[in-house]
Design a protein around this ligand. Structure first.
Ligand code: LIP
Length: 273
């Protein structure tokens, strides 16, 4: 990282302040009544007015805090001019991860915001909008939940593992994911489907679930939660040496990552539509 690079802790403080304000806006708008304003990739992939309002607010706040930075957001894509000279900071934002939960009032949706410097995520916050729970991490600085340091699960036996996962919006992909689940469900303790990847990664980081995997995630779903997971000591990756990405994200403690990886390869979890 260039010596002019901002300190991860300084970027985290900006991320936390901006994410808290965004969460407050999402909460207020939910109390005023929430409805889907449009659909995206499929008829069940909804976006609400709050998703858009929170993203616009976070972009505006980041522009004040760090004028030269770029923002990659779920709803508006890339905003901000080419980074000025010196360290290129890109913010990666999911204004409301778990939008379907937000629509239904299931208290599992979050503002997820990460700061990436020269292509490396160095700070991240995931704030549950409904409960106020906040997970944070800085590169090399550890992961925390509401200020308590996280260390992931101590489970070493896949057959005893509580595994989190999720399903996409495309029916053909859901069918493939269901087939993978069919092959996996008798080989683990049980499955949990929380409905928000950023929160799932943080639950794995704190050991509330033992491991997590999902196909079809975008950078904004996994950037901040992924850093929380790795700073809690988890292995984060795809299959066959691939990095965590749209094909598959797997997060698990070192003892579980190998066995879960091999089972997901066997079940072609990164394949399908
Ligand atoms: C959601 C992810 C979740 C996945 C959903 C959806 P969104 O993101 O967080 O893990 O299962 O299909 O992609 O659409 O709420 O930002």
């Amino acid at each position: 990282m260039k010596d002019t690079a901002p300190k991860p802790q300084d970027l985290l403080e900006i991320a936390v302040r901006v994410a808290r304000d965004g969460a407050a806006t999402a909460r207020r708008m939910r109390a005023e009544g929430v409805s889907a304003v449009a659909t995206k990739s499929t008829a069940t992939d909804v976006v609400t007015a709050a998703d858009r309002a929170v993203e616009r607010q976070v972009i505006a706040d980041l522009r004040v805090a760090r004028p030269g930075d770029t923002v990659l957001g779920e709803e508006y894509g890339v905003s901000g001019d080419r980074p000025a000279a010196g360290a290129a900071v890109r913010w990666i934002l999911d204004p409301i991860d778990g939008t379907v939960n937000y629509l239904y009032g299931l208290p599992n949706y979050a503002v997820s915001l990460a700061a990436e410097v020269d292509g490396v995520v160095v700070a991240g916050v995931v704030r549950n909008i409904a409960t106020g729970t906040e997970w944070t991490a800085t590169l090399g600085g550890g992961a925390y939940r509401d200020g308590h340091r996280l260390h992931g699960s101590a489970e070493t036996d896949l057959a005893q593992a509580l595994v989190g996962t999720g399903f996409g919006y495309d029916p053909a992909r859901r069918l493939h994911q269901a087939r993978v689940l069919l092959g996996l469900i008798a080989r683990v303790r049980d499955i949990r489907r929380a409905g928000a990847a950023a929160i799932d990664l943080c639950l794995a980081a704190e050991g509330a679930i033992d491991a997590y995997y999902e196909k079809g995630l975008n950078a904004w779903d996994q950037a901040a939660g992924g850093l929380v997971a790795t700073e809690a000591g988890l292995v984060l990756g795809g299959l066959k040496g691939q990095p965590a990405g749209p094909d598959l994200v797997v997060a698990a403690p070192p003892a579980l990552f190998g066995p879960l990886h091999d089972l997901l390869v066997e079940l072609d979890a990164a394949g399908g539509p």
